[in-house]
Design a protein around this ligand. Structure first.
Ligand code: AGP
Length: 612
């Protein structure tokens, strides 16, 4: 997510702006910029890279002004370059905008605005807002607040926006839709930011803004209205966090914060992916229908958690698109002389986009003639750059080493690809695509529902803290979920954990079951699932040998033999991994906390493994 700061008051604005952006660095970013409210014209400076690049570019004789906006950008539309950095300005250079989120209809707006003579200078979705606001401000007799209200009615997507105009530089206008925006109430000065970490050193008095609320701040005033212009009473509160806690949004660890960000991450990854006539929109994969129909085989290449997302891809793509899918551990792939030809589509999944094992594997595949499509969470990183196309997930920066929200969005991304391939190849009708996409749109709310049970689950976990090992059982798409649950426990709790396909139990692993061995079984989705009975038998088999069984089961599923049942909302079988994984993330998180481990930076691990 991007970092946003606004200031207006008696201080020299550059200080609270830059210090505020520094407090937001933890969110991850790849460029930074500011707009200072110099009367008559704005002072704009922005640079790719870290905040130091921006500071280094500021002139020694910087004008002392008392208002401005600042931004750290996590690139989504358009790479991390100077010209794509925020703020973005209108053609007169007098109105500046910064943005966090996704403007879904920016390209339609851009076409309309170019027709009206606006000249664009960046590849971003945000720039459309700068030109739109400029026109609307003129139509509203210079009233930037009214212009913002009108602009929001024309925008689709999730966003937080701040704007400033040189004709009234001490006035800053903000709005939020699905992305956070808070106001800091100072004494003769006021702030706005993505989160309170940016201004907590100046004030502990804050106002949380509601959906589609427009806020206007000046040194002495704060006014909030809805989109009709009706005043909204400010909901003021006292910030009780210290600065470190504020960076984690009040959560004790980034990992827990990122677990709770999963509904929004999944929602953002799904935004705008189905057209009004039920066509899956994945233009960025840069494949014509003819090329899609010519695919003979898909090879998914990844490591760790991303590999587990690739395993889910196999079930979904083979079921929906009827294309054979192989899933490969990247570090093994190129050393076994794989069969590759022009009919092979390689899908490389990587959160960081820098994993050397995956990078070396796709280089090998490209050299052998395969087309490579990356699924990545980090804009313009190496793997997308070396691929033929990239589908970016919109999980936002993932700070914790243990991958959570990135995994769920990787799974959602492979679902989208599976639906796209199935639609083009005529394997699924438009009505089926419509139904599946709309069921996916329900996933964020279902994840929220699971997150409401976090505390009882954390308490349950503490009862297993002294276990020597934990086994995970899953069948069909529950098998990669079992593997992911085991990996989370290994990397966070430093304990032995292993995931098995339920049917494999009797071929050896059942010998591991001892009195009190914890076994977590993921019951397949769908009450009439053919594998339900088989998994219920597995539960009986391990229970008969002394296991303590925790079952992840859908609401309404019949379960026997479980010591604990963790209920998750109903979803169709192939979509269940997005839901069943969440309790396992929480289980591993709590086990790590109980064992006193460094949750966000587990021992021996790096967030991005850039060596083979
Ligand atoms: C997952 O929790 C781990 N941090 C690790 O397995 C990770 O998924 C793997 O290293 C791949 O990283 P990538 O997605 O950045 O390529």
């Amino acid at each position: 997510m991007c970092g946003i700061v606004g200031y207006t008051g008696p201080q020299s604005a550059i200080t609270p702006l830059v210090e505020g952006l520094r407090r937001l660095e933890y969110r991850g970013y790849d460029s930074a910029g500011i707009a200072l409210g110099t009367p008559g014209s704005l002072f704009i400076e922005k640079r790719a890279g870290k905040l130091g690049n921006l500071e280094g570019a500021l002139p020694a004789n910087l004008p002392v002004v008392h208002s401005g906006i600042g931004h750290t950008r996590w690139a989504t539309h358009g790479g991390p370059t100077d010209r794509n950095a925020h703020p973005h300005v209108d053609n007169e250079g007098k109105l500046a905008v910064i943005h966090n989120g996704i403007i879904e209809n920016y390209s339609e707006l851009k076409i309309e605005l170019e027709k009206r003579g606006h000249k664009f200078t960046s590849d971003t979705d945000t720039e459309s807002v700068a030109h739109l606001l400029s026109d609307l401000r003129k139509e509203n007799k210079g009233d930037l607040t009214a212009a913002m209200r009108e602009a929001v009615k024309k925008l689709r997507g999730s966003f937080t926006l701040l704007a400033i105009h040189a004709d009234a530089p001490e006035t800053i206008v903000g709005v939020r839709r699905n992305s956070p925006l808070v106001v800091g109430i100072g004494d003769g000065e006021n702030f706005m930011a993505s989160d309170v970490a940016a201004f907590i050193d100046y004030t502990k008095r804050a106002i949380e803004l509601g959906q589609d609320e427009v806020v206007t701040i000046t040194p002495g005033g704060i006014e909030i209205t809805d989109l009709s212009g009706k005043k909204v009473a400010p909901r003021e509160y006292e910030i009780t966090w210290d600065s470190a806690a504020a960076q984690k949004g009040g959560f004790s660890h980034f990992m827990l914060k990122e677990i709770f960000e999963q509904p929004k991450a999944v929602a953002d990854t799904l935004i705008g992916r189905l057209s009004d006539n039920n066509q899956i929109q994945l233009d960025e994969i840069h494949m014509s229908d003819k090329e899609i129909k010519a695919i003979k085989k898909i090879v998914v290449i990844a490591c760790g958690t991303a590999y587990h997302a690739g395993m889910v891809a196999k079930y979904a793509i083979e079921k929906w698109a009827k294309i054979s899918v192989e899933v490969e551990i990247a570090s093994e792939y190129r050393y076994r002389d794989p069969i590759i030809d022009a009919g092979t589509l390689v899908i490389a999944i990587s959160q960081s986009g820098e994993t050397m094992d995956t990078l070396m594997a796709i280089r090998h595949a490209k050299a052998a003639g395969a087309r490579v499509l990356a699924i990545c969470n980090t804009n313009s990183s190496t793997i997308p750059r070396e691929s033929d196309a990239v589908l970016y997930t919109h999980a936002g920066p993932e700070i914790a080493v243990a991958s959570t929200k990135a995994f769920l969005t990787q799974v959602v991304a492979v679902y989208l690809i599976g639906l796209k391939l199935a639609q083009v190849r005529g394997e699924l009708k438009d009505s089926e695509i419509h139904n599946l996409y709309n069921e996916m749109l329900e996933l964020p709310a279902k994840i929220e529902q699971i997150l409401e049970t976090v505390e009882p689950l954390r308490e349950l976990t503490r009862g297993f803290a002294q276990s020597a090992s934990v086994l995970f059982l899953g069948r069909n798409v529950g098998y990669p979920v079992a593997l992911e649950g085991a990996l989370k426990l290994k990397e966070l709790a430093y304990m032995h954990a292993e995931g098995f396909a339920g049917g494999e139990l009797k071929h050896g692993p059942i010998a591991l079951i001892d009195q009190g061995t914890p076994v977590i079984a993921i019951l397949p989705a769908g009450h009439d699932h053919a594998l339900d009975e088989k998994m219920l038998s597995n539960i009986q088999e391990v229970k008969a040998r002394g296991a303590r069984v925790i079952v992840i089961a859908q609401e309404g599923d019949k379960v026997v033999g479980a010591e604990h049942i963790i209920r998750i909302p109903v979803a169709s079988a192939l979509l269940q991994p997005v839901l069943a994984t969440v309790p396992l993330q929480v289980f591993a998180y709590e086990m790590a906390v109980t064992r006193g481990n460094d949750v966000d930076q587990p021992r021996n691990l790096a967030k991005s493994v850039t060596v083979e």
